[in-house]
Design a protein around this ligand. Structure first.
Ligand SMILES: [Zn+2]
Length: 362
């Protein structure tokens, strides 16, 4: 642990998360490599890990999938689930047929910490005070030369689609300050640059909390052009959650928000983009960090509850429309499958999947 980053116990600090993905890439050079996609306001590298067979080859025939974590600084569990996706892929390669199939046939990019400066600020505050409610990046809004309250831009209000609309603020110091212009922040610009260079078909951005799987759009109550497909994908993801099922809903059913990553990914780049709001939330209203992040002994439970659901985005990336067929079959049989009363073989048979080589976390 690097003392500069503070100590988050079982949660990864930014430095620890970066060390973790560097280690993974070093141990699996055939299927994993690191790319620095940009630098934060304070010059910290924003690192992505690409996971795919023949990882150095950009293969236009292999669909691309994007996962993002810790866009919002205080939502540290979102980085843990991102790291969980990485672990599942590299650990399962060669032993788990489902995972091996994904790594062989997809190009999967994971950015576990989109917001390094915010992540460092949270670790510092939690170490010093036991709590942090830092959400944005660390843009020096007030020009004081140091990171203090009132600084920061909400990166998930800084993307280009619907930027400046309702559910975002033009006031520096607001928790939802959208920044001076779309993609004004180096962190969102880095994601834009990555997305512009690639051809992502599906994406999942991890946030906390609420226990939701959200689909576009967020900036308008109007349904998305692909509303039925987006809804079906989100519901199929939900049905893959082994421990507790979230509510799949359109973003605006939570609240209207403008300038979020999913709307830009979906409407500008044609990506089937989803947000997981991990964790139903802690009851301790007096501690923001604990409200957004489960107790550290429960991290693995929440990772296991979400990784398989998130990998569905990679599973369908060859043709997302297959989600409609699966949804219709499930709905015809009476709604969400209850994994608690049956074996996975029953589940696979229920949805008409091959049981062999198909695996979900249990
Ligand atoms: Zn968030």
């Amino acid at each position: 642990m690097d003392i500069r980053d503070g100590n988050l116990g079982a949660y990864h600090t930014y430095e620890e998360a970066m060390e973790e993905i560097e280690r993974v890439a070093a141990e699996h050079p055939d299927i994993a490599r690191i790319e620095t996609i940009g630098y934060s306001t304070y010059g910290r590298p924003i690192k992505a890990i690409k996971i795919s067979k023949d990882v150095d080859v950009e293969d236009p025939d292999k669909p691309e999938v994007l996962y993002m974590g810790q866009t919002h600084a205080r939502e540290v569990i979102s980085a843990e689930v991102s790291l969980g996706v990485i672990d599942r892929l590299v650990d399962g390669y060669g032993t788990d047929d489902y995972v091996t199939g994904l790594v062989d046939s997809r190009q999967i990019w994971v950015v576990p910490v989109v917001n390094p400066d915010g992540a460092v600020q949270v670790a510092k505050e939690v170490t010093e005070t036991g709590d942090s409610s830092w959400r944005g990046n660390c843009r020096d809004n007030n020009g004081s030369g140091t990171v203090d309250s009132g600084d920061g831009v909400d990166l998930n209000r800084n993307f280009g689609r619907g930027w400046g609309g309702s559910g975002s603020s033009g006031s520096p110091g607001s928790q939802t300050y959208r920044g001076p212009a779309p993609f004004s922040e180096p962190e969102t610009a880095a994601i834009k640059d990555l997305v512009d260079k690639h051809d992502f078909v599906t994406s999942v951005s991890f946030h906390s909390y609420s226990g939701l799987i959200l689909y576009p759009t967020a900036y308008t109550n109007d349904p998305a052009e692909d509303h039925d497909l987006l809804k079906s994908i989100a519901e199929n993801m939900r049905d893959r959650q082994p421990h507790e099922k979230y509510v799949a809903q359109k973003c605006t059913d939570l609240y209207v928000a403008s300038g979020i990553s999913d709307d830009w990914l979906y409407e500008d780049k044609g990506v089937m983009a989803f947000t997981f709001e991990i964790y139903k939330g802690g009851s301790g209203w007096w501690n923001t960090f604990k409200r957004f992040n489960p107790p550290e002994e429960d991290i693995q439970y929440h990772v296991d509850n979400n990784v398989g659901a998130a990998l569905y985005a990679a599973e369908i990336a060859d043709d997302p429309s297959q989600a409609l067929t699966e949804r219709a079959e499930r709905d015809a049989k009476g709604g969400p499958f209850d994994r608690s009363v049956s074996t996975y073989e029953d589940f696979a048979e229920y949805i008409g999947h091959e049981t062999e080589g198909y695996d979900v976390p249990a």
